[in-house]
Design a protein around this ligand. Structure first.
Ligand code: CA
Length: 509
């Protein structure tokens, strides 16, 4: 009798394992929602990302906890805020011995693999197979590291990362077990080198300018002070493709020069100045960025096609997201980092046949903090040894947002001094308002998001908003307590005095 029960148990466990869905996580670096047509882009088309959204769910309010590359990845792997996973800035090294969701999935019988950008300094842990770029990685002919060592691969990096992903799907895995596969692109990260297929895309188009392109940063102390990320003044000759790229093969360089030399010649002859020069820089920057996005979208199409042809599509959840949002000229900027909407919000579209209703749009506050627990929930991992700080999105996928789902969101950016000189800040976002504290400047900002969705006017000091300021400060304090933000993660800026406490003498605000 005992043997029969054991056999039955094994059979049941085998059948439930066999049915468990696969997870394909497609991830980019610095892809703002403004550059996705299903999010309403007025500048480009992304038919394959749109297809995931049309056949699944688009999230309108997916926020990141810290809008910068490495830290976002560490949050996703651990399900914990930066101050607990230890990767607070791009200068840190990821502690790969800590609990991560791929390790827990592996224990539960999932095969795990990652191809592409890793960007956490230490080698990946928790993966059956991995092949990753070294640091940022180049757009062409990238050296890639695996357990066998580092080898340069010739070609365009976005295509190569997809090739590696497809090879693993076809021949690299055990087809009897479910998988969690991360396909992580370098694109469209700076310096936006387009692929050989799209070097002349948009040549005859004038890209529209964002409403806030000529922002003067009035009333916003941090934006008006040290930041160095403007399209007007902070793009380099390499960014603008006024120099020839290095490390291209002879044929790649010939194609590059055929595309850029005539454009650069026309630019030099025009001798543009002032606003006309800034507009030229914007056009060059945005077009190159969008060309890189087109390659990403093409390659997502290749993955979706393979899932269809192989019969995997039905039982594979496809997720598309980026490590944070991006400024595509909004506020006159490129780059990310700020808690302002463009970088704080990141794209998230998810397709799960039979579970997510096609064409759904969700407005709940979700986050990269939730991804780990979502994947664990999908895989049936009910016990997580060390608590994580997000929530599974599976109920939301099913159209059943829990009644107690979060209505406010905590953010914290740490990388100052650092690239682009954006000051450290933390803050809280609610449906209608956002409160930000640039703590080393002793500067607060409050935005009325219904009246001022572009966040151009801080109403922090206006008498009518004092009750809201009080409520949001209280909420901020509660969130910091809930997430166990220690006081000593409020770093002291080099050369400045420790900031005075701004809030009624309470220490943890
Ligand atoms: Ca990034």
């Amino acid at each position: 009798m005992k043997t029969i029960i054991t056999l039955l148990g094994l059979l049941l466990s085998f059948s439930s394992h066999a049915k468990r869905p696969n997870i394909l996580f497609i991830f980019t670096d610095d892809h703002g929602y403004q550059a996705i047509s299903s999010y309403g882009s007025n500048r480009n088309k992304t038919p394959n990302i749109d297809r995931i959204a049309a056949e699944g769910m688009r999230f309108e309010n997916c926020f990141v906890t810290n809008a910068i590359c490495g830290p976002s990845r560490a949050v996703i792997l651990t399900g914990k805020h930066s101050h607990l996973n230890g990767f607070m800035t791009n200068g840190n090294r990821f502690d790969g011995t800590q609990q991560t969701f791929p390790k827990l999935l592996r224990k539960k019988g999932y095969q795990t693999a990652i191809f592409g950008k890793w960007h956490l300094k230490t080698d990946p842990t928790g993966f059956d197979n991995w092949k990753v770029l070294l640091g940022q990685g180049p757009y062409y002919n990238p050296p890639m590291k695996s357990e066998e060592g580092t080898k340069k691969i010739e070609g365009y990096t976005t295509d190569i990362i997809t090739d590696l992903t497809l090879e693993w799907l076809k021949d690299g895995r055990n087809k009897d077990e479910p998988f969690m596969l991360m396909c992580q692109h370098k694109a469209p990260h700076r310096n936006w080198q387009p692929g050989p297929d799209h070097l002349n895309l948009y040549d005859d188009v004038e890209m529209p300018y964002p409403e806030t392109f000529w922002d003067d940063y009035k009333g916003r102390t941090a934006a008006a002070s040290t930041q160095a990320m403007t399209v007007a003044n902070h793009l380099s000759a390499n960014d603008l493709k006024l120099n020839q790229p290095r490390n291209l093969t002879t044929s790649q360089l010939a194609a590059w020069n055929a595309a850029y030399e005539p454009k650069n010649k026309a630019f030099k002859e025009a001798k543009l100045e002032g606003k006309e020069r800034i507009k030229w820089q914007y056009q060059r920057y945005v077009k190159d960025y969008l060309r890189c996005v087109t390659s990403v979208d093409d390659n997502i199409g290749r993955l979706l096609k393979y899932l269809d042809e192989s019969g995997l599509a039905e039982n594979t959840i496809v997720i598309y997201s980026s490590d944070q949002g991006w400024y595509l000229g909004e506020h006159g900027w490129y780059d990310k980092r700020w808690m302002y909407e463009e970088s704080f919000r990141t794209p998230l579209v998810v397709r799960w046949p039979g579970t997510i209703k096609p064409g759904s749009v969700n407005n709940d506050f979700v986050s990269n903090l939730d991804f780990a627990q979502t994947f664990l929930d999908i895989a049936g991992v009910s016990k997580i040894p060390e608590p994580m700080q997000g929530h599974s999105l599976v109920p939301i996928f099913k159209g059943n947002t829990p009644n107690n789902w979060r209505k406010s969101f905590y953010y914290h950016y740490y990388e100052f001094p650092g690239a682009h000189s954006v000051r450290r800040h933390y803050g809280v976002r609610k449906d209608d308002y956002k409160l930000i504290h640039f703590y080393n400047l002793n500067a607060w900002e409050l935005f009325d998001l219904k009246k001022d969705p572009n966040e151009l006017k801080s109403v922090y000091s206006e008498p009518n908003y004092q009750d809201i300021v009080k409520d949001l400060k209280s909420e901020l304090g509660q969130l910091r307590k809930k997430y166990k933000v220690p006081e000593d993660t409020r770093p002291v800026q080099r050369g400045n005095k420790k900031p005075k406490n701004q809030q009624n003498g309470k220490k943890n605000k």
